[in-house]
Design a protein around this ligand. Structure first.
Ligand code: NAP
Length: 458
């Protein structure tokens, strides 16, 4: 068809092409728009890797770019463990089922690891490390993030840390440091890759060594991306430091380090977090987002386009050979713009200071949890006491299924009537128990028929 049109233009002139006037009028604009869309779509990964039998942990795998990552890993045959807020929520169950069907891979699972809580992260990591024999692990992909829209008040994690710092930085720090014994001891021929998903907003990050958790500084309500960017910048610096610690770890088999931690900037995408951020969680904001959608469509990547640099960091052989701590963007390694990436002292200080903060936060949260448990127990006892009578009556009205249950019910009945239980209990038949008022009558001995039926049932 295009050849026919070209032929007509060359041999018969442009007038022979139907609708030429329209093509002349709108063609250049369409070509420019197509060019912009293509340019902003970014680069594509061309590397392949067989992932059958390999195990990957993914945070934030239920939405946005993380979902694309899980889908690709699944198609390639990897075993994928999604680290989710809750495994009990029916949406997650459906999501995993759907992902298994779409990828034709039934080795996609979900484990609870709520990044909002350091305790939840620890519980997951401990469970993982407790596996005997130790579980294989080929990679961890940290996609999850929390971005608070402008205009909202400071929000907190369960450990009372600013939410963006808590989820994006602290939780991933905690997860990877807790999992590091498992990562470090993978067999030397295994190509273990950790990918930390960052963002261009790290350029706006402001690290204050004396206020890592942004506790002392005023929360920039109108520019929350400063805090978001800080969390991402600290995550990037953490990646460089943990890579150095992996390198300096002396393996028992004296083999070289086979864990590579790299940082990936996927570029701006039309993901749920972008929608939430632009709409600011309001209906008006959503309307603005919809009105501006053509611009987002043109200048922002789809999540599958954004995932390309993550695939590159996971599949390209260059990362097996080179030292980790690289910043990847548009499917290539780039030089970080922030000078902090070259400051090993700062990275080390940040790493150690964060470790101390986490220890304090975990301790405080544990004390708070204990207090809450005690308070709940106390209120439970109070309400339990008033409910006791009702539930005992209800259980007495139910048919007993064994002689011992029958004995127990009789004892309860006697207690409630203030009758001494010191003498040996005569057995009550279930039909006598169904009406609590019958207990006032002297219980008759069970007939041999009833008792033999019960025994034979047992
Ligand atoms: N969107 C962009 O334009 C852009 C640009 C540059 C970099 N990035 C980076 O790309 C990554 C993914 O961004 P996205 O836009 O694709 O995000 P998204 O669509 O908002 O998805 C965020 C994911 O994180 C999970 N998550 C959030 N809080 C969690 C918690 N407390 N515990 C467990 N999981 C939690 C979410 O789980 P639920 O489904 O349970 O909420 C969801 O799966 C982020 O690291 C972001 O910084 C994004």
């Amino acid at each position: 068809m295009p050849i026919d049109i070209l032929g007509s233009i060359i041999f018969e002139g442009t007038d022979a092409v139907p609708g030429w006037n329209y093509i002349k009028q709108y063609g250049p604009a369409v070509a420019v728009i197509g060019g912009i869309k293509y340019y902003f779509g970014g680069s594509s990964n061309t590397w392949e890797r067989d992932l059958h039998g390999k195990v990957f942990l993914v945070t934030g795998g239920t939405a946005g770019v993380g979902l694309e990552v899980v889908h690709d890993l699944g198609i390639r045959g990897a075993q994928v463990v999604l680290l989710v807020r809750s495994t009990e929520d029916s949406w997650t169950v459906d999501f995993v089922e759907d992902m298994r069907t779409r990828t034709d891979n039934f080795m996609i699972y979900a484990e609870e690891c709520d990044l909002n809580s350091l305790h939840s992260v620890r519980k997951f990591a401990t469970k993982w490390l407790d596996n005997k024999p130790p579980r294989r692990i080929d990679g961890v992909i940290c996609c999850a993030s929390e971005s608070i829209p402008a205009g909202k008040e400071r929000q907190f994690t369960t450990d009372r840390v600013e939410k963006q710092i808590g989820v994006n930085y602290l939780a991933h720090y905690h997860l990877l440091t807790l999992l590091s014994p498992a990562l470090k001891v993978q067999p030397p021929d295994r190509d273990v890759r950790v990918v930390i998903v960052s963002c261009a907003s790290q350029g706006l990050g402001q690290i204050d060594e004396n206020d890592i958790l942004w506790e002392k500084r005023r929360y920039p309500q109108k520019q929350p991306w400063q805090v978001y960017g800080t969390s991402k910048l600290m995550l990037g610096l953490f990646a460089c430091e943990i890579q150095r610690r992996f390198e300096s770890f002396e393996r028992k088999d004296k083999a070289a380090c086979n864990v590579r931690v790299n940082i990936v900037n996927p570029g701006f995408m039309r993901s749920p977090s972008t929608r939430r951020f632009v709409s600011m969680g309001t209906v008006w904001g959503l309307l603005v987002y919809l009105l501006l959608y053509p611009l987002f469509y043109l200048f922002f990547k789809s999540t599958s386009q954004g995932a390309q640099s993550i695939f590159y960091a996971l599949y390209a052989p260059v990362f097996k050979e080179s030292y980790g701590g690289n910043l990847v963007s548009e499917c290539k390694i780039i030089e970080p713009a922030r000078k902090e990436y070259g400051d090993e002292e700062l990275q080390k200080h940040l790493f150690d200071a964060t470790e101390k903060h986490i220890a304090t936060l975990e301790r405080n949260s544990a004390i708070q949890r204990k207090k809450n448990e005690k308070a709940a127990e106390a209120t439970g006892k109070k309400t339990g006491a008033s409910d006791n009578g009702k539930s005992a009556q209800a259980s007495l009205a139910e048919k007993s299924t064994s002689p011992s249950e029958l004995d127990e019910k009789l004892r309860m009945l006697k207690n409630s009537l203030g009758v001494s239980t010191a003498s040996p209990d005569p057995l009550l038949r279930p039909d006598q128990l169904s009406d609590p008022s019958s207990s006032t009558k002297k219980p008759s001995k069970p007939s041999s028929k009833t008792s033999s039926r019960k025994t034979s049932k047992k």
